[in-house]
Design a protein around this ligand. Structure first.
Ligand code: 2AM
Ligand code: CA
Length: 264
């Protein structure tokens, strides 16, 4: 399958940062757990990956602005284009030697996500999507799962990082959804959760308190695989309110309805 120039740039970048993460992940698995633990080491791995991505993308497309997890906003001369980057999504998994983490890179043009790449270096799974061009995993075309009933569905979610004792809302959502579905999965990388929905591995996904870099590439991935993604009110303010609900058309609708049982 021929990839477009922009997807090529994003793939090369994600693979390069992925090699760096994979090396550091190997080390994490070998690290003696010292008093400090591998935490500092992991934030270094994170920053190193972000630096690679920043350098590669700035060189390939000078002037584009950035929104990155570690650096935050980096303005550019080109006000039409913005990279939205998470250099390491699934940090807690990475820290614990669990191979479920990813690099997420999205490109926004005039406020619209037009390309997305999500790469899990530990499993060597590369997800790509371009607006209007479909979604792929390692060049295989992706399609969201076809299940229509919530009772048959495996649904992914995440527990928002709000600190101990602040999970009341998440627990209510979880109870409401668990009452209706076949199973719940909690992977720990929102970008990969969305890629898994695109790949039909999970029938849907919902989470609150996410940042744009956790979901930008994944939203496009789901849509280009024929699915739907919105905020929990059914609107398109995911980046503003940090909520997301995704799945095939029926699943997305049913999940929205189930989540509406919690008001406020
Ligand atoms: P991260 O690994 O890049 O931090 C898991 O439910 C999802 O929540 C992951 O995508 C994770 O991204 C994200 N997340 C958001 N805020 C977080 C925080 N403060 N600590 C850890 N994960 C966070
Ligand atoms: Ca993240």
């Amino acid at each position: 399958m021929a990839r477009s120039a922009i997807i090529n740039v994003m793939v090369q970048t994600a693979m390069k940062a992925g090699r760096s993460l994979a090396r550091d992940f190997g080390e994490v698995q070998n690290l003696q757990v010292s008093l400090k633990g591998p935490g500092d080491y992991v934030s270094q791995a994170d920053r190193k990956a972000e630096e690679i991505i920043y350098q590669e993308l700035s060189r390939a497309r000078p002037g584009y602005s950035f929104l990155m997890e570690e650096r935050g906003t980096v303005p550019g001369d080109d006000d039409q284009h913005r990279w939205i980057v998470d250099p390491l999504d699934g940090t807690t998994n990475f820290l614990h030697g669990i191979p479920i983490f990813s690099i997420s890179i999205a490109l926004e043009r005039q406020g619209q996500i037009v390309a997305g790449v999500i790469y899990n270096p530990a499993m060597d799974e590369l997800y790509t999507a371009e607006r209007g061009g479909g979604a792929f995993m390692n060049d295989r075309r992706l399609r969201v799962a076809g299940r229509a009933k919530l009772s048959d569905a495996v649904i992914g979610t995440g527990i928002p990082h709000l600190g101990r004792g602040h999970h009341g809302h998440a627990l209510i959502d979880l109870r409401n959804v668990m009452g209706e579905v076949a199973g719940i999965r909690r992977l720990g990388s929102a970008a990969l959760d969305l890629a898994y929905v695109a790949a039909g591995r999970m029938d849907g996904f919902f989470e609150d308190a996410l940042a744009p870099w956790d979901m930008a590439a994944g939203i496009l991935m789901v849509r280009e695989a024929g699915g739907f993604a919105s905020d929990r009110d059914g609107g398109q303010e995911m980046f503003d309110n940090g909520t997301i609900v995704a799945g095939n058309e029926q699943m997305h609708k049913s999940l929205l309805k189930t989540l509406q049982q919690r008001k406020g």
